[in-house]
Design a protein around this ligand. Structure first.
Ligand code: ADP
Ligand code: ADP
Ligand code: ZN
Ligand code: ZN
Length: 748
């Protein structure tokens, strides 16, 4: 079928894409690379994946589609030969408390079957061992292993009235839909501070059953629904991971006292195979479990252990053999979640799928990157196509086909700058090709430590009584295979003892769609002041969160429509067209542009436009310095990637006095050209007398560090020790160190 051998995109214009037309070969490992912000995700996720999702919805009956909002077609003229797309990103697999590594990979299903057939005493069918079944679950916690209560402190601001925003949950923003329903119902006092509510009033507000009530005066509605806030929280979270995740902060979680968190009842826990009960096997590291299964043999056991071993081997191969089946997926890092999702796909029987990966090398030591490449190839051999957004040279070098986006970021990018094989890439003028060739000829300069900070006898998780010296006044890299204990040592132990450290991680800077780069960095305050001064009005008028906000959407720019079986859908507000402001505000201009237009500018554009405004300029330049010149001032922070979040934090911390910086994989999302710039910033920090500690897998960064602390030797119980410490040259001499082996090759 020659016709179908390529996915064809014609005229893609999503975000910064400049009318991009490309052909993406099917049944190959295709890597998209290019500097951060060049448009890789805009093609892979916002065009290819989004269009496949839309086409899938189109196949629903017209009856069910009447109840679905129309999902907008991505900005593209035409896409040909698309097939179902599976997205494998670093998004956590949800906070569903019933979801563990075992359930997510189906290994637990086989394990229960194994106990029901092979355990002593033989106690019955496999659902006796399921914590999701009434026959197996601990009756106390209903198989959750935890007790969950609503965290009222997080939910309510008791000094405020409901009218003033006393309910912190996003649905109840003053002016929002739920808030209006509360108001219209007449069931609660909107103006009384919550702390003055009687017990009965508070109970009604929180726990009332769902009832329909005639509205007082209506926003086009005769009836409104009244429902206690907690009742609503509980109702909406059932079975919906995405909502659970968004609302996790409103829940408090404690281990169940009856089953000690094992989730199973006594009968289930008394059955044994070779002396071990099912909870013990679930708590083993996957590598240990794999070995244990070799001791369980016989005609009944073999057909069950065989598929288990296949699945376990996939997880081990991909570098997460140190996890256990009972580990809740909600505690996995982004990279770990991604690898579990990937292993799950390897046993999927469907063919002709398109897999879209977002930087699968994140969190992986160079040792495991080779296995990652094997996995990608295995998916290809199974008859699928792979689109991989990736920066790691170890992955790029093994791609069947490379597409480079560029030449710059944001408005300076959005074009295809190279397509072809890796060999062609290396002999081309493309940026990525140049960096791949240049890797071998770098000169390093090592700085001397100013002093040392000691960590003594650390024992958390897998750490084996670790004592180590961390040099100051230099760049320190903490390395080691995934699960060796790097985050435990640095994030859990070191930072806990040194609260003065400035931590720059990749956690979201704000889930709130109302914050943006301008508000986060304080530029928005200056902007509002500038507009007020220029127009003789008040600064408040230029805030979409208060006076200036569009009355229909309350300044959010969109209206959220809740859907029963799918994710809630956000639709652009038709009143303000998504611009968040009321029309009156937009009449006021500074240098011919209104405030909404100012927020649509990129940092680079704003630097030109606000050239006379010293304060604004100073803050904008910090964003530019960390390579974020391409982001727009008003882009919701919730749309920024992990790497962009990290850099925006870096920008606001850059010139602070704090002299101890800790960063977790700062190269995430960065092309080799971006890494070079990041190293420039880090070196500036170090030269100014600061200490910078980074957890990193990127060999170019490790080789450029002044000092390396290598952990291992393996992940999990076989890790948790310091394997080597010193300059990269020192570490390169240590035979037992995986990092050392890779450094040796690079430093030669
Ligand atoms: P890459 O994946 O190469 O890092 P992206 O495709 O994420 O780049 O971004 C390309 C451009 O599109 C950038 O300027 C980015 O700021 C912009 N962009 C990305 N997502 C959004 C969004 N949701 N809204 C507006 N602009 C966006
Ligand atoms: P690294 O940062 O080197 O990848 P980690 O410090 O995350 O390694 O993990 C070290 C060990 O501690 C692993 O065995 C991991 O499974 C375990 N671990 C990490 N976080 C948790 C947690 N929240 N609960 C239980 N075990 C954990
Ligand atoms: Zn229990
Ligand atoms: Zn609006």
């Amino acid at each position: 079928m020659v016709m179908d051998s390529k996915i064809v995109l014609i005229g893609a214009r999503e975000h910064n894409l400049k009318n991009v037309s490309i052909e993406i070969p099917k049944n190959q490992v295709v890597v998209f690379t290019g500097v951060s912000g060049s448009g890789k995700s805009s093609i892979a996720f916002d065009t290819i994946y989004a269009e496949a999702q839309r086409q899938l919805l189109e196949t629903f009956s017209s009856f069910s589609r009447r109840y679905l909002p129309k999902i907008e077609k991505p900005k593209i003229d035409e896409i040909r030969n698309i097939s179902p797309v599976i997205k494998i990103d670093q998004k956590r697999m949800g906070e569903n408390v019933r979801s563990t590594v075992g359930t997510a990979t189906e290994i637990s299903t086989y394990l229960r079957l194994l106990y029901s057939r092979c355990a002593e005493p033989m106690v019955g069918p496999s659902f006796y061992f399921s914590f999701n079944n009434p026959e197996g679950m601990c009756p106390e916690c209903s198989g959750i292993g935890n007790k969950i209560t609503v965290n009222l402190d997080a939910l309510l601001d008791i000094d405020k009235s409901i009218a003033e925003g006393g309910i912190r949950h996003q649905n109840y923003y003053p002016g929002g839909w739920y808030w209006k329903s509360l108001k219209e119902s007449g069931m609660v006092d909107m103006d009384k501070p919550l702390k003055d509510f009687t017990k009965e009033e508070m109970n009604r507000l929180l726990y009332s059953e769902t009832i329909k009530i005639k509205a007082n005066e209506h926003y086009g509605l005769k009836y409104v629904t009244f429902e206690g806030i907690v009742t609503g929280l509980n109702r909406r979270q059932i079975g919906k991971d995405d909502i659970r995740e968004r609302e996790a902060k409103y829940f408090k979680i404690m281990p169940c006292p009856a089953c000690g968190g094992t989730r199973l009842n006594d009968r289930a826990r008394s059955a044994r195979i070779n002396g071990k009960n099912i909870t013990e096997l679930s708590a083993m590291e996957l590598t240990e479990l794999r070995a244990f299964l070799d001791t369980v043999t016989g005609p009944v056991a073999d057909p069950i252990t065989k598929p288990m071993k296949v699945r376990l081997q996939h997880l081990i191969d991909i570098g997460v053999g140190y996890l256990s089946l009972d580990r809740p997926v909600s505690t996995l890092s982004g990279g770990e979640s991604q690898r579990v999702k990937m292993a799950r796909q390897l046993t999927c029987d469907l063919v002709n799928l398109i897999y879209v990966f977002d930087e699968p090398s994140i969190g992986l030591h160079p040792r495991d990157v080779a296995n990652l490449v094997k996995m990608l190839r295995r998916l290809r051999e199974n008859g699928n196509s792979l689109v991989v957004v990736e920066h790691d040279p170890g992955v790029i070098e093994h791609a069947d086909y490379v597409i480079e986006m560029g030449p710059g970021a944001g408005t300076l990018g959005g074009q295809v700058t190279f397509t072809g094989t890796v060999a062609e890439l290396k002999s081309s003028n493309a940026l990525t090709g140049k960096y791949l060739n240049a890797r071998e000829h770098v000169q390093y300069r090592r700085r001397k430590p100013a002093g040392y900070i000691e960590i003594k006898n650390a024992q958390l998780h897998n750490l084996k009584d670790v004592s180590v010296r961390i040099p100051t006044g230099v760049l320190v890299c903490v390395t080691g295979v995934a699960g060796s204990g790097k985050s435990t040592l640095i994030n859990d132990i070191f930072i806990a003892e040194h609260p003065e450290a400035v931590v720059i991680d990749q956690s979201p800077v704000g889930r709130n769609s109302r914050s943006n780069p301008a508000s986060y960095t304080g530029i928005f305050d200056d902007l509002r002041a500038t507009y007020a001064k220029a127009t003789g009005t008040s600064a408040n008028l230029f805030s979409f969160n208060s006076d200036g906000g569009c009355p229909k959407c309350g300044g959010s720019g969109f209206v959220e429509v809740e859907m029963h079986f799918l994710d809630a859908v956000q639709m652009t507000c038709d009143e303000c067209g998504g611009r968040r402001y009321k029309a009156e505000v937009l009449q006021y201009q500074y240098k011919g542009k209104n405030i909404a237009e100012a927020l649509e500018m990129t940092v680079d554009e704003a630097i030109q436009f606000f050239s006379g405004e010293r304060k604004i300029l100073h803050k904008l330049k910090k964003l530019q310095e960390v390579g974020l010149g391409y982001i727009t001032l008003g882009q919701p922070l919730s749309t920024l990637s992990g790497g962009e979040c990290q850099r925006i934090k870096l920008a606001s911390e850059l010139h602070k006095a704090g002299n101890l910086y800790v960063m977790d994989e700062p190269t995430t999302g960065l092309h080799m050209a971006d890494v070079e710039r990041l190293m420039g910033i880090i070196n500036t920090l170090v030269e100014a007398g600061n200490t910078v500690i980074v957890i990193e897998h990127n060999l170019d960064v490790i080789a450029a560090a002044d000092w390396v602390i290598d952990m291992g030797p393996e992940g999990g119980r076989k890790g948790g020790e310091i394997i080597a410490e010193g300059t990269p040259e020192d570490v390169a001499k240590v035979e037992r160190s995986y990092t050392g082996r890779y450094l040796r090759e690079l430093l030669q």
